[in-house]
Design a protein around this ligand. Structure first.
Ligand code: PEP
Ligand code: MN
Length: 288
């Protein structure tokens, strides 16, 4: 039945919908708007966020920041603290990367979003970043959720690799119960049996979340696809299904990237993505 909480209700016995007081949508109420600088998530404009998986150095970051700004992005992304599967892989430049992101903001005027991995780093990241990202692997790091929720910064919460929408929204409840008011949900693909993409982009989740919650919902096609050539088509599909924004990995030289190069777009591919997604946005009465 339309409006019923069934799709996100884990167990009726547990109360389901009534246990999501901060995130559930009042069926007659408006969606929430989340402002970061001049960008408004949840408004008529689809918000484009672009940048490298990880901040690797000054020149590359500034070049990519210029390129995403020129292509129409409203926010820059870039990881300072990276959650890597292997401890032997590049872990990010940490605090030094935050300073480079601040420099990129001064240069381009773009606010930035960056991941916070450790509750002990929330203050230092919140002091510099415009928006904090809680990554997929942290979706049930409850101390981190509480600390980030107290930071006062807008937050983007990425769906876990194996989380149901009820678990995803419950993590958002942790943020909001700790005081956060500006939360954006991000679908980034989940693990399934399918191996030809890195993850399976769950566009159905976008439809469910847009109906069941008042929070803006964005899509990260990069981690879903895992391969650059699928990123643009998944982005267009995300806009068509109603996503309020796109979070896309972009690198000056993807083949040299220290993380996620295979799924990263070149500067020119990102500009093409922006153009084709703008056409879809306009076709459904929005803009980008
Ligand atoms: C990222 O955005 O670079 C990232 C690590 O994403 P996720 O948490 O979705 O894997
Ligand atoms: Mn990445």
């Amino acid at each position: 039945m339309k409006g019923e909480p069934w799709p996100i209700q884990e167990s009726p016995a547990e109360g389901g919908f009534s246990r999501l007081p901060h995130t559930r949508r009042d069926p007659t109420g408006p969606g929430s708007l989340v402002r970061v600088g001049e960008a408004v998530f949840g408004g008529p404009r689809v918000i484009l966020v672009g940048g490298p998986c990880a901040v690797e150095g000054r020149d590359g970051l500034l070049a990519t920041a210029d390129a995403v700004a020129a292509a129409g992005a409203s926010l820059l992304r870039g990881g300072a603290y990276k959650p890597r599967t292997s401890p032997y892989d590049f872990q990010g430049l940490g605090a030094a990367a935050l300073d480079l992101l601040v420099e990129a903001r001064h240069r381009t005027g773009l606010p930035f979003v960056t991941e916070v991995l450790d509750p002990r780093d929330v203050d230092i990241v919140a002091a510099k970043a415009d928006m904090l990202q809680i990554g997929s692997r942290s979706i049930q790091n409850f101390p981190l959720l509480k600390e980030a929720g107290r930071s006062g910064r807008p937050l983007v919460l990425k769906r876990g690799l194996m989380t149901t929408l009820y678990e995803f929204l419950s993590a958002a409840e942790y943020l909001m119960d700790a005081g956060a008011r500006n939360v954006v949900l991000c679908e980034r693909g989940i693990r399934t049996f399918e191996m030809s993409t890195r993850n399976t982009l769950d566009l159905g989740a976008v439809a469910v979340l847009k109906e069941q919650t008042h929070l803006p919902v964005i899509v990260d096609p990069s981690h879903a696809a895992g391969v650059d050539s699928y990123v643009s088509s998944l982005s267009r599909a995300a806009v068509a299904v109603g996503a309020d924004g796109l979070l896309v990995e972009v690198h000056a030289q993807p083949e040299l990237a220290l993380s996620d190069g295979r799924q990263s777009l070149t500067h020119s591919a990102f500009a093409e993505l922006a153009g084709s997604c703008r056409a879809v946005a306009r076709a459904i009465g929005r803009d980008l």
